[in-house]
Write a protein that binds this ligand. Structure first.
Ligand SMILES: [Zn+2]
Length: 491
């Protein structure tokens, strides 16, 4: 009976502190309206597993025509609207977050993170489908994720999309207009989406904090400017990162570069990403270090050209970071074909910040997006021979040593394994043609059948490491030039 299921859902919402006792009647009536029911019979709730409960309720909604078509997108929209019946309005949530922040920043983020998971805004169950493993690379153990959490596009959805005109509202996936947005065929369900206000660099409540629904690491959050302005990295970016870390010292934070090719997938809305997770880049060994102006500067042994600046004093740290950044913006080295600008500027950085005890640690990964005719995808982009594994931009998360690889790889690796086991040519399957060259580099060196799966995963990890090396502005044999650049920048 649907009423019992809804009652169980209300019981769940109370237990998970989504719903307070004084809002029970209000939430119940919102649900009755959504499900076109007259009243809720007297009954007590039973404890049930939330994901199966949601499935059962959504199946009911499909049967009754409350969800117009049984496609995942429409089910998601309806589910988010249902969970919104329990959630505080944005202003109330902000008040609750602020109260907890007075107790401590971790209390505040624990509260908001729990809420975002409990409403199934963060897709915990879908994220658990991802394949995650560690590749013991030569720089550090790299974290590899094959991304299976985002649903494949249903052919029914593709057909429907073909018949609709796309609208420019909300302007982008990060805009504040998403808060409470029901969702469309091509825009995600956001009825249960909440963003809490942040003040960064004295810009009162001009920023927001939200969690990522398809999280790639623990407490993966997004810190965004409320105004829809494009990404860019400059001296104010570094100050903003420091100010965030002062307020939330238990998180790390980083920014994608603001230029195409070397930036992330969203360049049109200014944002950072953070969370409670340690990344492989933080384990890299130090190659050379300098102490200058009360600050420690290190070049680390990482596939991409990386400088770490450490200091107890935020102003000294910022001065040094700005010195390095300004020097890098204008750095040219024709001997190694490195050009800071042609008709446009090419040099920028991917910055990452963490507070370790009393020390600020800013990681600057040098980037350049020059794309000569011979390398149309970018001179410091994965080479085409690795596109079978990774073709997309190497953004912040990958720079730090966490690979996010396309979901198609799962099926393709399974097929490759079965071809190798049965001595069939890869060309048996058209989707494996792109892997032929790669597989030929190791197919004479295969382990026992039972180890083939982990062997293939290891080969994928090896490619990810090479892809990161491709993005180095100073390759390993140009490290002397890299050291000279750092020396000239910090003196
Ligand atoms: Zn936007």
């Amino acid at each position: 009976m649907i009423e019992q299921k809804l009652k169980n859902l209300i019981g769940y919402a109370i237990k998970e502190s989504l719903l307070s006792i004084e809002n029970i009647e209000y939430a119940t009536n919102s649900l009755l309206y959504l499900f076109k029911l007259d009243q809720m019979p007297e009954m007590s709730s039973q404890e049930v597993e939330i994901y199966s409960l949601l499935e059962e309720i959504l199946n009911y909604a499909v049967e009754r025509g409350l969800i117009e078509q049984n496609i995942e997108t429409y089910r998601d929209h309806f589910e988010a609207k249902m969970m919104d019946c329990f959630l505080p309005r944005p202003s109330e949530l902000n008040m609750l977050f602020r109260e907890r922040k007075k107790i401590g920043p971790k209390t505040a983020t624990d509260f908001f993170y729990h809420l975002s998971k409990a409403t199934n805004y963060i897709k915990v169950k879908r994220n658990a489908k991802n394949i995650e493993y560690v590749y013991n690379g030569k720089y550090a153990p790299l974290q590899i994720t094959i991304n299976l959490s985002k649903p494949e596009k249903d052919p029914k959805l593709i057909a429907l999309l073909g018949k609709t005109t796309q609208k420019n509202y909300p302007k982008c996936a990060l805009c504040m207009e998403n808060v409470g947005f029901y969702g469309t065929l091509d825009k995600a369900s956001r009825s249960n989406h909440r963003v809490v206000d942040l003040t960064i660099n004295h810009q009162k409540n001009a920023w927001g904090l939200q969690y990522s629904p398809y999280a790639y690491f623990n407490e993966h959050c997004i810190i965004l400017k409320k105004e829809h302005t494009p990404m860019s990295v400059d001296s104010s970016t570094f100050e903003e990162l420091v100010d965030f870390i002062n307020q939330f010292p238990h998180y790390m934070i980083g920014s994608n570069a603001g230029l195409p090719i070397v930036g992330g997938s969203i360049l049109n809305h200014y944002h950072f990403q953070g969370g409670r997770h340690h990344f492989p880049i933080e384990q890299a060994k130090v190659l050379r270090s300098w102490k200058k102006k009360g600050v420690e500067v290190e070049v680390i042994d990482w596939p991409m050209s990386t400088i770490v600046v450490t200091s107890d004093h935020e102003n000294k740290l910022l001065d040094m970071v700005n010195d390095i950044f300004d020097a890098w913006k204008k750095y040219n080295n024709p001997a190694i074909q490195l050009f800071s600008h042609t008709i446009e500027d090419h040099n920028t950085v991917t910055p990452i910040l963490r507070l370790e005890g009393s020390k600020y640690k800013m990681i600057l990964v040098l980037r350049n997006n020059f794309a000569p005719e011979s390398r149309p995808y970018g001179l410091y982009h994965p080479r085409e021979q690795y596109f079978n594994i990774k073709k997309e931009n190497i953004g912040l998360i990958e720079v730090m040593g966490l690979a996010v690889l396309p979901g198609r790889l799962k099926t393709e690796l399974d097929l490759i394994r079965s071809c190798l086991e049965q001595h069939m040519p890869l060309s048996t399957y058209s989707e494996l043609l792109k892997h032929q060259e790669w597989v030929s580099t190791f197919e004479n060196d295969l382990p026992e059948t039972e180890n083939l799966d982990s062997y293939l995963k290891e080969q994928v990890g090896k490619v990810f490491e090479k892809v990161l090396e491709d993005c180095a502005v100073f390759s390993i044999d140009q490290r002397e030039a890299f050291f000279s650049f750092v020396e000239s920048a910090i003196y």
